[in-house]
Design a protein around this ligand. Structure first.
Ligand code: 4AD
Ligand code: MG
Length: 431
C-alpha cells in the first residue's frame, strides 16, 4: 500500500492510497460518513458508505474524536467541491490513538487560553498557514544571500559584552570567567567574517530583555544579518531593497493558499519592488510636524511616529541618517554632519514599523575608541573588534532583519506572538 501525503494526492488520482493523520472534523448524513483528515500538508475528506465497507470498519467512525490519530485507505478521486480538491472513497479505517476531549474547539477562545496551549494551537489552520509562510520567508532569506555569493557564518549566542546597548542584556553565570550575556545581535562577529570572506551573513536567535509590552516585541527573536566589506550606506540600502523584493515576491508566488487562509489583502505587498522610497531622518521629522506631531529633533522615532511616517507610503520606506545620539556605538558618522550616523531603518507599511536596522560601520580606529568611551563600554571586551580596524580596515556595512516582524507584516497579523512557534515575551516563557 502506498502511503501518501495529502499535498501529493494529485499524483495518485484513481489509485488506492493510505493516508495518516488526525481527525479535523467529522459529520454524518444518512448512510454516509464524512471524515476530514489533516496530515500537516492539507485537508482531505474521506467518504464511507454503510454497506460499502465492513460494519466493523464503519463503526470506527463513532469512536473517532477531534484530533484522534488514524489512517484511512481508499481510492483517490478528484472533486472540485471538496476542500483541497480531492476526496477519498474510504475502504478501510484504522484508529491509532483516540484523543481525549480536545480543548480547542471551533468557537472563539481568549488569546491567553490559546497561548497557554500553544503546543496544540499550532495545529489549527491559521497557525499552520503562518508557520508555512515563516518557513518560506526563511528559505527566501537563505536563497537570496546564497545566490549572491554570501557565506553563512554564524555568530556565538553566549557573548562577553553588549552590542546593542547594555539595558536589554540577559545575563548568565559562566564558570570561572564571570558573566556571559545572550547575544542581542551577531553583527560584531559578522564584521570579522566580512573581513575574512568578503560577504557573509549570520542567521540565528537573538535576545533582548525588552521591558516593552507591545505587539512588536519579543525577548527572543530570529535575525538575519548580512555584512559586506567595501559597502557604504548607499550600497547597504540597495542590498536591503533587493532583498526585501526577493523575499516578499517569493512568498506571494509560493504562499497564495496560506495568505488566503489568513485573509491577507496582498495589494500593498505586490508593490514591494526595488527601488524603495528613501527619506532622511530630517525629512521624517518634517513629515511628523506637518501631521501635527510635536516631535523634537534628536529623539528616536517611536512606534507611533514610525506608523505615521509609513502611512505616507504604499510600500516600505527607508529612513536614513539618524542623530548619532540615538544609535549604536559602532555606526559611522556622516562626513557631511558629525551629529548624524550613517544608519538606515526600513519601516514596513500598514503600521508594522521597523523591520530592518542597519548602518555603515565606523572603520576608523581612533573614532571607534572614542565611541566606546562615550558609551561607557569596557574597552578590553572589544579589543578583538578593534583589531578589525588595526589590520587592514575597510569601509563596510550591513543590516539586520527581524524574522518575526517580517512574518507579522507579510501575514498581516495583529500581534508578533503568532509569528514564532513558541513566543518568549516579558510576561510569557511557557509552554
Ligand atoms: O535595529 P536592531 O536593534 O539592529 C541590530 O541589532 C543591528 N546589529 C543589525 C545589523 O546592523 N546587523 O534590530 C534589527 C531588527 C529590527 O529592525 C527588528 O526587525 C528586529 O531586529 N527586532 C526585534 N524583533 C522582535 N522583537 C524585538 N524585541 C526586536 N528588536 C529588534
Ligand atoms: Mg533598530
Amino acid at each position: 500500500m502506498k502511503r501518501v501525503y495529502i499535498e501529493n494526492l494529485g499524483e495518485h488520482v484513481g489509485e488506492v492510497a493510505e493516508l495518516r493523520g488526525w481527525l479535523y472534523h467529522k459529520r454524518s448524513s444518512g448512510k454516509v460518513r464524512f471524515l476530514v483528515m489533516r496530515d500537516g500538508t492539507g485537508l482531505l475528506q474521506g467518504v464511507m458508505v454503510k454497506g460499502g465497507v465492513s460494519d466493523e470498519v464503519f463503526e470506527r467512525f463513532d469512536a473517532l474524536t477531534q484530533e484522534s490519530s488514524f489512517s484511512m485507505t481508499g481510492k483517490v478521486k478528484k472533486d472540485d467541491r471538496a476542500p483541497g480538491g480531492f476526496e477519498l472513497e474510504v475502504s478501510d479505517v484504522n484508529v491509532i490513538a483516540i484523543a481525549e476531549e480536545y480543548p480547542i474547539t471551533p468557537k472563539e477562545h481568549g488569546i491567553e487560553f490559546l497561548a497557554d496551549r500553544r503546543h496544540l494551537w499550532l495545529r489549527s489552520s491559521r497557525q499552520h498557514a503562518i508557520m508555512r509562510v515563516r518557513h518560506r520567508i526563511i528559505k527566501a532569506i537563505r536563497d537570496f544571500f546564497d545566490g549572491r555569493g554570501f557565506t553563512l557564518m554564524d555568530s556565538p549566542i553566549l557573548t562577553p559584552a553588549a552590542c546593542e546597548g547594555t539595558s536589554t542584556l540577559f545575563e548568565t553565570d559562566y564558570f570561572d570567567l564571570g558573566k556571559a550575556y545572550l547575544t542581542q545581535s551577531g553583527q560584531l562577529y559578522a564584521e570579522a567574517g566580512a573581513m575574512a570572506l568578503g560577504k557573509v551573513y549570520c542567521f540565528g536567535p537573538t535576545f533582548r530583555a525588552e521591558k516593552s509590552k507591545t505587539r512588536r516585541h519579543l525577548t527572543e527573536f530570529w535575525m538575519v544579518e548580512p555584512e559586506v566589506a567595501f559597502n557604504d550606506l548607499n550600497d547597504d540600502m540597495e542590498l536591503a531593497e533587493d532583498f526585501l523584493e526577493y523575499v516578499v515576491q517569493n512568498v506571494l508566488k509560493d504562499c497564495e493558499k496560506e495568505l488566503k487562509v489568513l485573509e491577507r489583502n496582498t495589494a500593498l505587498l505586490q508593490n514591494v519592488k526595488a527601488p524603495l522610497p528613501r527619506i532622511s531622518y530630517d525629512e521624517a521629522v518634517e513629515m511628523l510636524r506637518k501631521k501635527g506631531i510635536n516631535f523634537e529633533w534628536g529623539n528616536d522615532l517611536g512606534g507611533t511616529d514610525e506608523t505615521v511616517i509609513s502611512e505616507q507610503f504604499d510600500r516600505p520606506v527607508m529612513v536614513h541618517r539618524y542623530p548619532a545620539q540615538v544609535k549604536a556605538f559602532y555606526m559611522k558618522r556622516d562626513p557631511q554632519n558629525a551629529n548624524l550616523a550613517l544608519a538606515v531603518d526600513v519601516l514596513a507599511p500598514e503600521g508594522y514599523g521597523e523591520i530592518i536596522g542597519g548602518s555603515q560601520r565606523e572603520d576608523d580606529l581612533q573614532a571607534l575608541l572614542d565611541r566606546i568611551k562615550e558609551h561607557n563600554l569596557p574597552q578590553e571586551a572589544f579589543e578583538w573588534y578593534l583589531d578589525l580596524r588595526r589590520f587592514g580596515s575597510v569601509p563596510h556595512a550591513g543590516f539586520g532583519l527581524g524574522v518575526e516582524r517580517t512574518v507579522s507584516w507579510i501575514c498581516g497579523l495583529e500581534h508578533i506572538r503568532e509569528t514564532i512557534p513558541f513566543p518568549r515575551m516579558i510576561y510569557r516563557n511557557t509552554p
